[in-house]
Design a protein around this ligand. Sequence first.
Ligand SMILES: Cc1cc2nc3c(=O)[nH]c(=O)nc-3n(C[C@H](O)[C@H](O)[C@H](O)COP(=O)(O)OP(=O)(O)OC[C@H]3O[C@@H](n4cnc5c(N)ncnc54)[C@H](O)[C@@H]3O)c2cc1C
Length: 493
Amino acid sequence: MNKKVVIIGGGVSGLSAGIYCQLNGFDTEIYEMNNLPGGQCTAWDRKGYRFDYCLHWLVGTASGPFHSIWKTTGVLNDSVKVINHDIYTRIVNEKEGEFLIYSDILRWEKYLIEMAPEDAGAIKKMCSDMRKTSKMQPFTNPAELRSVKEYLTFFLAIIPTLRLMMKYGNKTCKEYFDDLNLTNKRLIFFLESVFCNNDFSALIFLMMLGWFHQKNAGYLIGGSLPLSIRMTEKFKSLGGTLFLVKKVDKIVVHNGIAKGIVLNDGEEVDADYVISAADGYTTIFKMLEGKYQSEQIKTAYSTWPLFTPIVQVSFGINKEIHSDVATQTILSSGLRIGKTVLKNGYSLMNYSFDSTMAPKGKTVVVIRFDSPWTLWEDLAGEDYKAEKKRIENDALALLEKQYPGVSEFVEKIDVATPKTTVRYTGVWKGAYEGFLPTSSNITKTIKMTLPHLENFYMCGQWLFPGGGLPPAAQSGKWAAQLICKKEKVEFEE
Ligand SMILES: Cc1cc2nc3c(=O)[nH]c(=O)nc-3n(C[C@H](O)[C@H](O)[C@H](O)COP(=O)(O)OP(=O)(O)OC[C@H]3O[C@@H](n4cnc5c(N)ncnc54)[C@H](O)[C@@H]3O)c2cc1C
């Protein structure tokens, strides 16, 4: 008889864990509380429009360890079309005008130097740092299974960036920009407005632009939901079983060994191994009642900052509206949408580049903005409905400002709040990518195992500050690798 693995949560990490467990001969069952798989990597259909929630860019669309995971899990195949936007984002400010961030670093360098010739030296240094970090690749295997050869290969590959890592590994973007000694006020304004919130890590800034430059962080036509569906189909085709609308309340532990799960209807499911791919806080503090905490977990969950949740207002527009850029960031501090006073403005995404999002002749445009969890946690009933209505009206006014006359063509408005995210995925405090990557946690990862608990693994975005689809999927694979090691099964990928 094959050993049985039960996975809690059918998001991208759970689906990945399921695929790799099935590939390695385990009987795998995924228990997902929602009525469809994918977790936060999802979309919803309204009045013929598709409102996508997650996918903007996927690291690993061209090469590297993430790329092989996307191929194995069915996320990428010959019929999936990947596009790389020329412009990552256009930033607009009423006073300062427009600022572009190009995906191609050489092109961006030229643009920046034209804008701020007095800072040419600093700009060249910044762009050279980005090019260097673009050569960095993540580890292929979990820490417990890395060979000396893998560490050597990794360190050889990062030699050109070693000095950068040492210098900027624990610096914030603000510190990095200060070190560059930029003088052009407009350039400083735009860089700081976009990248200098909440101690955001300098290294992440450099790496992100590096990935775009390599064309290794593209967008998949069709967006988030088809991505999750392809993973689900792969899992099922390998013989895995997915249970939907099955919420897990508890992880059963006997003598320090995980033995199964209890669902919220009282049903018990036995297992040889349990993997939790659900939200980290719920797993550790609710399903396991906080009994198995490491010092690292105590520190992370009590001190590391979280991503501020977002509100997404999606518009179905009965008109073709083309845009030369997919995403714009409208910087406008002090603006109010509903109760939220915007610290940083909002983003506006025009999906006309993906024809699967709207019927022919129509367009989907989405406005997203940060909205602190404290504004939402106690909002319920009529107050909640009223706030959603206020947001709808305020966001429509902003859309009208962008596209004068558009209001009469808007045939559907959908408001998804942090509460919506929490209700559908359980993500703690609506922090959609988990822990914010800061200068102090960026080089840290949370262990996949817990002290004094055998046959149990965690995977998903909560293990890596910055979260995102690639580490979520990779940690699913890593959980399967650790189980294979324990069972002395040679891991196949
Ligand atoms: C607006 C937005 C934009 C984003 N853009 C990008 C992007 O461009 N690129 C990128 O890489 N990432 C992006 N992300 C982040 C990415 O979506 C997440 O990091 C990733 O989907 C996390 O996957 P996960 O499997 O770890 O967790 P989740 O997606 O949160 O999945 C957890 C699953 O567990 C289930 N679950 C929870 N509790 C239980 C329970 N008790 N019982 C059963 N099931 C349970 C949930 O329903 C859910 O399906 C974005 C996210 C958002 C919200």
